[in-house]
Ligand binder design. Structure first.
Ligand code: ZN
Length: 475
């Protein structure tokens, strides 16, 4: 209990003098104050809940004093903040009453917690206390100051972020309602929004971290929590869709896409962004490709600490250029999957530079291909065409049949988008012949569907229907 009377004194004898030592300086941790404001309003003193605040105004007063503890607050300012509708003498009176309730609720500890003068009131921040929003902000600040290469790959920071989202049980001061105190509500909303954004970003980083490791259950958990906090958050819907599709839960992934569409339509009367639509389409037509950790054990090993891999890439040694290439290429893929296109481009260029040193033409072609994919996503169609053509030329030189098929399919898609239907059909036909040889049914169906779109673009409805029918038969 708090009966230790924080403002009582202990008598200490040194030489001839009696010295009075305020008890709070020798307060044990268990006597300390716990203030939880995230998703709740829960106060504890010496591990006992403090509940007798009486009104939300009293709770609001304590919350304001705690969160604005850097200064003493003038009584008239506090009165205006909490009772803006009342004339100042009445508001001052209401403040005095709230202060009485607050002191009663805090009991013997009140004088140590609050510094009250006739003119001002202040929360005494030197009182040992735990404040959940301060802990939350502190954990994020530590991550920001930590010297790592990438937050997503730093185990210590990921642990801190996990702790932070555990603390974020909900919006700041969620249960408080001070509808008639507009200035207070405004102050609270600004603070609430800042924490809300930080929580969303933290959850996004955690989901991305787990996605790159193929830990899809955790990816789903952190993505779903973002959607709970902000139902229209498209990047979280995409994380969830990719995780579900990677777990081969195709219909659940498509249902998630559907849910995303509905929420956006309901909230904003808008359709999902192009990136979300493309992902939905890829999942539907079977061209979605998970970045599974099993893609390459060797690469997985090299990027188990991508910071180190990237460090090595920044200072290339001749030891293991191939591993560095693989690390950079994989990082580019991960960035691409997360929609961080500028970063993906940068990593892929660095991979290309190393591959050029190694003289591996198949890998050089693959890098050009990836750069084409990135440019296409960035909607830079001329650059996408140029890099895909470069990849195609190299693949023709070395006779990489599968690579040629992929390059032709990509070029066909771009020409189709540009409305150059004849050129598109030439590329798609070539890709189709290769996929027929390889026997990739899903790729065949996707190609036939694109060819149907070309025929429709040319006004040849009969051929279009025929292509679509053949695509449907294969699926
Ligand atoms: Zn770190």
């Amino acid at each position: 209990m708090i009966t230790l009377s924080l403002y009582h004194t202990r008598v200490t004898k040194t030489s001839k003098h009696l010295i009075l030592v305020p008890i709070r300086y020798i307060m044990k941790p268990m006597d300390s104050l716990t203030l939880n404001f995230l998703g709740t309003f829960h106060i504890e003193l010496a591990a006992h809940p403090v509940t007798r605040f009486g009104t939300d105004k009293t709770r609001g007063l304590l919350a304001y004093l705690v969160l604005e503890a850097d200064r003493a607050h003038r009584r008239e300012k506090l009165a205006d903040l909490l009772w803006p509708e009342q004339p100042n003498p009445a508001a001052r009176h209401s403040l005095r009453q709230a202060l009485v309730r607050l002191r009663d609720a805090l009991g013997d500890a009140a004088p140590a917690i609050l510094t009250i003068t006739p003119a001002t009131i202040r929360f005494n921040a030197t009182t040992p206390h735990m404040l959940d929003c301060a802990e939350f902000a502190g954990l994020l600040q530590t991550c920001q100051n930590h010297a790592h290469h990438r937050l997503e790959d730093c185990a210590a920071c990921i642990a801190r972020l996990r702790q932070a989202v555990e603390l974020y049980r909900g919006e700041l001061l969620q249960p408080l309602f001070l509808g008639d105190s507009l200035p207070f509500e405004e102050w609270m909303l600004v603070r609430r929004e800042a924490l809300h954004r930080q929580a969303l970003e933290t959850l996004y980083t955690l989901a991305a971290h787990h996605e790159t490791r193929g830990e899809y259950t955790a990816t789903r958990r952190y993505a779903a929590r973002q959607i709970e906090l902000e139902p229209w958050r498209e990047e979280a819907h995409r994380q969830l869709m990719r995780a579900l599709a990677s777990e081969e839960q195709r219909s659940a992934a498509l249902a998630q896409y559907d849910a995303c569409q509905k929420i956006l339509a309901r909230e904003f009367g808008a359709a999902p962004a192009a990136e979300t639509q493309t992902l939905g389409e890829q999942i539907r037509n079977g061209t979605f490709c998970a970045i599974a950790p099993a893609r390459s054990q060797r690469v997985a090993l090299n990027v188990s600490d991508p910071g180190a891999t990237l460090e090595a890439a920044v200072h290339p040694s001749d030891d293991d250029l191939e591993a560095q290439c693989a690390g950079l290429g994989l990082t580019a893929l991960l960035c691409l999957a997360q929609g961080r296109l500028a970063e993906a481009h940068d990593y892929q260029l660095r991979a290309l530079a190393l591959q050029t040193r190694l003289g591996d033409r198949a890998q050089i072609a693959a890098s050009h291909f990836q750069l084409g994919v990135i440019a296409h996503k960035q909607n830079d169609l001329p650059r996408a065409t140029e890099t895909h053509r470069r990849a195609l030329a190299l693949r023709e030189q070395i006779g990489d049949k599968i690579g040629i098929g992929a390059s032709c399919a990509a070029l066909g898609q771009i020409e189709l988008q540009c409305g150059n239907f004849a050129e598109a059909l030439t590329h798609l036909n070539r890709a189709l012949a290769i996929q027929r040889d390889v026997g990739n049914r899903l790729a065949l169906a996707a190609l036939l569907a694109r060819m149907g779109e070309c025929a429709r673009g040319q006004g040849d409805e009969a051929s279009a229907t025929d292509y679509f029918r053949r695509a449907a038969e294969i699926q």
